[in-house]
Design a protein around this ligand. Structure first.
Ligand code: PPS
Length: 336
């Protein structure tokens, strides 16, 4: 049965389409707790996290059908924490020999980061093998929001021959929530706009894209401490404040450290500049057109500022988020 994307329908219609999901998946949905969340349809709770049907389909497909290649790279993020940015950076970093960042025909100038590095959640299993976004055929780069405990074991299991690496990126919770709120209304996730107050309540209860966000972050934080060779934990704010240091760290983790020559000829700065918010958001490919699920390319670029969340939240909202964050991360060594 066909249950891939239906190209000429917007996302909120696709997920309601009878032919979109297999019977097996529909049976799974009907067995799960459900709530009204940010998505146009119900959100479903699966293995402790809340998903739209589309995202959940990506998780279950990954669990059942994904077979890794030797050096696959998974970029995992909490939604709206800088995925688009790190997709661009990872792609440029991995392919810098084939496509030096200053080349006028660089793929990032004509394709969006989401086209070059697909989200698992938007792929049909039949498409996994066709992903070819690295000059090394043993490596593919995927992105996903799947929590660590819901990933197939081979991602983090040391006993397998797989050398898969996970790059995890998160962001200040207040900025993350505000970015998600704007995105939800911009892409009409619901038939009518959601208020900041309603979105906030859902977010605090964890009923948001792959929420509770704290649990998703904490899972990868712990995994990165236990298996630093498998999981690299990154933060949006650190990428903003010290991009060169973070880029070196990322390149080293992926086994592609910068050579002295690359350092001396400014390759790091060229990657940073090519993938910057300013450059990316002004490219025609990112400011026009829509992705296959009906989301406009421009909706992934708002302002890319650190600390922007505070402008939108009341003092009570900010302190409630801070309090939840403190309680959830207490004793973990992780703080925001
Ligand atoms: S998604 O839907 O999960 O893929 O969205 P995601 O890309 O994670 O988050 C979107 C936010 O990231 C900002 N953004 C960037 N910041 C810095 N540099 C670059 N190149 C970049 N591209 C996107 C984007 O503006 C969103 O943040 P806000 O705070 O809403 O501006």
């Amino acid at each position: 049965m066909y249950y891939g994307p239906i190209m000429d329908q917007p996302l909120h219609q696709q997920v309601n389409d009878e032919n979109f999901h297999s019977q097996e998946f529909k049976d799974l949905l009907s067995s799960l707790p459900k709530e009204r969340g940010l998505a146009p349809t119900y959100s479903y709770q699966y293995q402790g996290f809340w998903y739209s049907p589309l995202a959940l389909r990506g998780v279950t497909n990954c669990q059942k059908h994904f077979h890794p290649r030797e050096n696959d790279i998974f970029l995992v993020t909490a939604p709206k924490s800088g995925t688009t940015w790190l997709k661009a950076i990872l792609y440029t970093l991995i392919n810098r020999e084939a496509y030096p960042p200053q080349t006028p025909s660089h793929p990032l100038l004509s394709k969006t980061p989401h086209q070059l590095v697909p989200f698992f959640e938007t792929l049909d299993p039949s498409e996994y093998d066709a992903v070819c976004n690295s000059s090394d055929s043993r490596t593919r780069i995927f992105a996903t929001h799947i929590p660590v405990d819901s990933l197939p074991r081979f991602f983090t299991d040391d006993s397998t021959s797989s050398n898969c690496k996970i790059v995890y990126l998160c962001r200040d919770i207040k900025d993350n929530f505000v970015s998600l709120f704007h995105f939800a209304n911009k892409v009409n996730m619901r038939p009518s706009p959601i208020s900041l107050a309603d979105a906030f309540e859902l977010f605090c209860k964890g009923i948001s894209a792959v929420g509770p966000i704290w649990d998703q972050i904490l899972g990868y934080w712990k995994e990165s401490l236990e298996k630093p060779h498998k999981v690299l934990f990154m933060r949006y704010e650190e990428m903003t404040n010290e991009p060169r240091f973070q880029l070196r760290r990322l390149a080293h983790f992926l086994g592609k450290p910068f050579s002295l020559e690359e350092e001396n000829t400014g390759v790091l700065d060229q990657i940073i500049s090519l993938c910057s918010f300013d450059t990316m958001s002004k490219l025609e490919v990112n400011s026009t057109g829509i992705l296959k699920h009906g989301i406009s390319n421009s909706s992934f670029f708002r302002n890319g500022l650190v600390g922007d969340g505070k402008k939108y939240l009341t003092a009570d909202m900010a302190s409630r988020l801070d309090q939840i964050t403190e309680e959830k991360f207490h004793g973990s060594g992780l703080s925001f």
